[in-house]
Design a protein around this ligand. Structure first.
Ligand code: BES
Ligand code: MN
Ligand code: ZN
Length: 492
């Protein structure tokens, strides 16, 4: 488990600046005017800070960027990091600046001097999110040290980091799950980590194969038939919102996707350890909701399964009956995510009659072809619901782009022997996958499908994450849930 940096808020003590060990971080506005903490740094360094602020180096920094002044004379710190940021900077810029601080932190403690900056919480979220590295399986690393980050401000009581840490803990939970290899994160281990969330007040129920068979969840079961790790569904409930119908979040949790009998090519197959990213995001959101004690009703459901080739595995051409009752001809066993989701979506609607439903899945390579790693694909049957999410995602800096649904695409998954087949032709693959899911969504349920194949794990750093697992969606969904809740309360 990856730990957040240890955050604390303290009253600004100017005399502590010269004696602070580790890193001292000072926010300087773009006009280069020295605030109170900066003046002190400048004095003890005999003017070094002012010289930097008058240099081309400071001029060249964009807002939200930073520069280290190493081993400053007159200070015990190893570095003074100068961050260029205006006091009224936007959420996005504050997070970007925080990310510059978090990226440079390493194992060192930091004394952060925000001066008159308004959005200290957003700065802190940036620090927390960018300071992530998954080292659980590195035996050569020295003992993991958790740096202490102290935010020294004039009015400590005006800074509350509890929401920030609740969100960041959720994102870290998602990232750790996504980063974990499949021999460690089996379905059993995944379920165990979710049951541990009960200590936060979530209700967590694990459905084993016999229960799933009784429920008729044969599509979900068909995906795991070739694996020795048992198929499971885990249902997490957070019910602090009174007697309103819940919002349902449904995640694809394929702990490893070999493609099954329709085996994937070997090159790059190791990336399919992240094929549980949808379930990972759902789990991270649930953890954040509990940690920040959100006054909402949300139920998170994940289908946990491994797609392996084996004598017992599903064959291309097999016909399987879904929980809904519709039959599916499985043309390609590598189009397994939609099979997992179909039954879990149906179970969610039958059991919880949700007022809205979102599913998340690393569903198609076609979505990555369309949108790359910048945006998740968004599909929805409800414009208002969808627009609410797109706005939340934009605010959080999580790329999301709507793609169409339509009867013409739906016709492409017609089967000769069953009610539908699980793949269409090559072109428009992200859309036919969404059309498949839509067949398992009741008409009166506002629904959104997020194809996160391109954004759940990336090979180069993003603004708020190092390369690897991003935790995409945890922030946007938390925001969307809050906004839907506020909207509902307003309507009474
Ligand atoms: N898990 C994959 C999709 C995927 C691809 C996720 C790349 C992340 C990165 C999914 O199960 C899959 O194999 N989809 C197939 C569908 C096809 C057989 C219709 C694909 O996209 O090729
Ligand atoms: Mn697949
Ligand atoms: Zn898959």
């Amino acid at each position: 488990m990856t730990a957040l940096a240890q955050f604390s808020v303290a009253a600004l003590d100017l005399d502590a600046i010269a004696t602070a060990a580790g890193r001292v971080v000072v926010i300087v506005t773009p006009d280069g005017k020295l605030g109170q903490p900066a003046r002190r740094i400048n004095r003890v360094t005999k003017g070094a800070l002012a010289r930097f602020l008058e240099s081309d180096g400071f001029e060249a920094l964009k807002e939200g960027e930073a520069k280290d002044l190493a081993y400053p004379t007159g200070m015990e710190a190893d570095a003074v990091q100068v961050v260029k940021l205006s006091n009224q900077a936007s959420t996005a810029l504050c997070r970007k600046a925080g990310a510059a601080i978090g990226a440079a932190l390493g194992k060192a403690d930091a004394l952060v001097l925000p001066g008159s900056l308004k959005r200290v919480e957003e700065l802190s979220l940036g620090i927390a999110l960018k300071h992530y590295s998954f080292t659980d399986h590195k035996t050569l690393d020295e003992e993991v040290t958790v740096p202490a980050v102290t935010l020294a401000v004039t009015k400590p009581e005006s800074v509350d980091l509890s929401t920030v840490t609740a969100l960041a803990e959720g994102v870290f939970f998602t990232r750790d799950l996504v980063a974990e290899p499949a021999n460690v994160l089996t379905t059993t281990e995944f379920a165990k980590r979710l049951v541990e969330l009960e200590s936060l007040g979530l209700k967590v129920e694990v459905f084993e194969e016999d229960r799933l068979a009784e429920l008729g969840m044969n599509l979900l079961l068909s995906v795991g038939q070739g694996s020795v790790t048992p198929t499971k569904m885990v249902v997490m409930s957070w019910s602090e919102g009174g007697d309103e119908a819940p919002i349902a979040l449904v995640g694809k949790g394929v702990v490893f996707d070999t493609g099954g009998i329709s085996l994937k090519p070997g090159a790059g197959m190791e990336d399919m350890t992240m094929d549980m990213g949808g379930a990972g995001t759902v789990s991270g959101v649930m953890k954040s909701l509990a940690l920040r004690n959100a006054p909402v009703n949300v139920v998170g459901l994940v289908g946990l399964v491994e797609n392996m080739p084996d004598g017992q595995a599903t064959r291309p051409g097999d016909v399987v009956k879904s929980m809904k009752g519709d039959t599916v001809e499985i043309i390609n066993t590598d189009a397994e995510g939609r099979l997992v989701l179909a039954d879990v979506l149906w179970y969610a609607q039958e059991t919880f009659a949700p007022r809205a439903m979102v599913n998340l899945a690393t569903l198609t390579g076609a979505c990555v072809v369309a949108l790359g790693h910048e945006n998740a694909g968004v599909f929805s049957n409800d414009d208002a619901f969808c627009n609410g999410f797109l706005k939340a995602a934009e605010t959080e800096g999580e790329g999301a782009w709507r793609l169409p649904l339509g009867a013409g695409y739906d016709a492409l998954i017609k089967s000769d022997v069953a009610d539908m087949k699980n793949v269409g032709p090559r072109w428009g693959g992200a859309i036919t996958a969404a059309q498949f899911l839509k067949r398992f969504v009741k008409d009166d349920v506002p629904w959104m499908h997020l194809d996160i194949a391109g954004v759940a794990s990336v090979s180069s750093p993003t603004t708020l994450a190092p390369k690897g697992a991003t935790g995409w969606g945890v922030l946007a969904l938390n925001r969307m849930i809050d906004e839907m809740n506020a909207e509902m309360k307003k309507e009474g």
